[in-house]
Design a protein around this ligand. Structure first.
Ligand SMILES: [Fe+2]
Length: 189
């Protein structure tokens, strides 16, 4: 079964051996190879939310639970990440900056769908959008090679694709709204 303290210890060990995402990716891949074990360890996804599992200046570990159909706006991290899915699916659009654009606008550059048991590394400079394409909750362990909450970074307006400073509150509000809609639907069904 997934043991959070052990997982944090393993990630810390991997990070001290290798500052890139490579060793951490192996730790995450091992964990999500047993999705039922992860759920037994951290609980069944019940609501859309971002749960902080571990937080240090050089490492952040989150349990991210996406509501059915929800999409987060384009954003960067400015640190590497490893996304391990233990239930459901995350569809990514990857974006690149338009050259010499004063508004910092982006254009779509690629896509990747990540599903249960996948442990997907994301490079430091990626810009992405994430959608849960399913009609149920998606749950993923996100490991970031830095302080996810304190690092200044960017997001892009989903309509105009113009760059702005990332506001964690905007994202948290998005999760709250998605969750309210999800819970209303659950109550109605
Ligand atoms: Fe992200």
């Amino acid at each position: 079964m997934f043991d959070l303290d052990r997982f944090v210890e393993d990630c810390r060990g991997a990070l001290s051996a290798d500052r890139t995402h490579k060793s951490v990716r192996e730790v995450v891949a091992r964990a999500v190879a047993d999705p039922a074990g992860v759920i037994a360890g951290i609980g069944e996804p019940r609501r859309a939310e971002v749960q902080k599992l571990y937080h240090a200046p050089d490492l952040t570990i989150l349990n991210v639970i996406w509501a059915p159909g929800m999409t987060i706006r384009p954003h960067n991290h400015l640190m590497w990440a490893v996304i391990g899915i233990y239930t459901g699916r995350e569809n990514n659009i990857f974006w690149r900056r338009l050259p010499d654009d004063a508004a910092g606008r982006i254009e779509a550059a690629g896509a990747k769908s990540v599903g249960e048991r996948d442990a997907e590394p994301l490079g430091r400079d990626i810009i992405h959008t994430v959608t849960n394409p399913l009609d149920r909750l998606t749950g993923a362990i996100h490991v970031y090679g830095g302080d996810f909450f304190a690092t200044p970074r960017n997001e892009w307006d989903p309509e105009t694709l113009v760059e702005a400073e990332f506001e964690m509150q905007t994202t948290m509000r998005l999760f709250e709204e998605a969750n309210a809609a999800y819970e209303a639907r659950m109550r109605a069904s």
